[in-house]
Design a protein around this ligand. Sequence first.
Ligand code: EPS
Length: 487
Amino acid sequence: MPGIGNRELAESAGFYEDALEIYRAHAPARDLADALREYALLKSEMDDLEEAACLWYEAKDFHEKAGFEAGIADSRRTSSSCWVGNCSLRYNGFNMIRFSTAGESHGEALIALISGLPAGIPVDLEFVNRELWRRQQGYGRGGRMKIETDKAHVLSGVRHGKTIGSPIAIEIVNRDWKNWEEKLPVVAGDPAKHQAVASPRPGHADLAGALKYNFPDARYVLERASARESTGRVAAGAFAKLMLRDLGIEVASHVIRVGHVELDRTASWDEITAVVAKDEIVLSCVDSATEARMKEEVEAVSRTGDTVGGVFEVVVHGAPAGLGTYANWDERLDGLLAWSVMSLQAVKAVEIGRGVTAAESFGSQVHDPIQYAAKENGNPTRFTRPHNNAGGLEGGVSNGEDIVVRGYLKPISTLRRPLESVRFDTREATSASYERSDICVVPAAGVAAEAMVALTIAGLAQQKFGGDSMLEMKRNFHGYIEQIRSF
Ligand code: EPS
């Protein structure tokens, strides 16, 4: 290999690159590793810490191949320090992912706008549309889902199959709009054709919304409060999932309760992903016998004109320790997750890990003992836990275990056998309004919650690892992973 000597650094770098090409093709692993280390030193001298870290990292791999223990440890440590140096220069606490949605349930379309994602995320539109399809599924969905085939029409921010760092605007057309154009026009239209929601439904936003916005009836309230809005969240969340997937982090959900029927065991990650991969979704329970009983529960309430709620569980697999922080109350991961899942329509409680059972148990039964798995040759691997009652976070910080968030859904508030209510116009006692709705939405709500969790985790990943491009983010991310591995 050419030495640094008196040559210009940049010229030397050129020589190293040429030489490395030949070494990669012909040299034994140990020699190539040594060459990579030399070049990494030169790159550090040139202040190109990112590249230096990559070279040290590669050197470590070849030292591993050559079985050179001292080299592995040295390269690993040096790679980490290069990364850390680099991350601290790049860190930008305000570099969060932002998203918002617009659209009414029976308007022309739903809109999702997401910005702050790095450039270079491979965009798989089939995946995005499958997520939208998953949100429409489940036993107990209403007639609307037979009308709609939700599809993402990407208007901006994606070119040639990748994100370009610009805001991404997505439109999802409401097919039902053709039935509502005259009932809900943008212009004044014919008042005789408007369709008022004359008496508020207990449990819905109808009454509080009408009072707040000074509407004569609850039509406009229903239009925006409807869970149809979660379509936009799922579209935005699919992009967050695509970014996370590029970092090796996956988000999935399953159903653990419908009404009185509960899954009485924990589900493995493989079981949950198998449920997510299904082409026919019933109630998204990992256990088929329990799912059959859940279905009977939905059938029973359907017969009596009632509705039923339940519990879904979202799991984040592959997230590193260190997302979120205990340092400030509004940066704690548990708080952020609770906020994002609780903001979904019909969610009335959020549980992190086994938070509910923890409240009625002793500390010795709840907390997850800490163990350490070392390889036979003494190389570090990772801290491990025999169980995960904490749900993958302690003190508001992810701890490297699966992050587990449960959402508790109230039953849908539109009842075919309506509860007592009052007419908006005359204040006379009457039954609550009824119009087409669902009987059970627990699997669909789980999909929407996956989106919210993915957006939260992706936002924290963007904040921690930064990066305008995926290349940059991945370097920072893998450097941090290496730092944790060699902790
Ligand atoms: C929903 C679409 C809605 C409802 C449901 C969710 O369609 P429509 O009102 O036309 O039947 O099925 O909305 C509610 C549960 C609610 O409370 O508003 C959807 O796309 O998820």
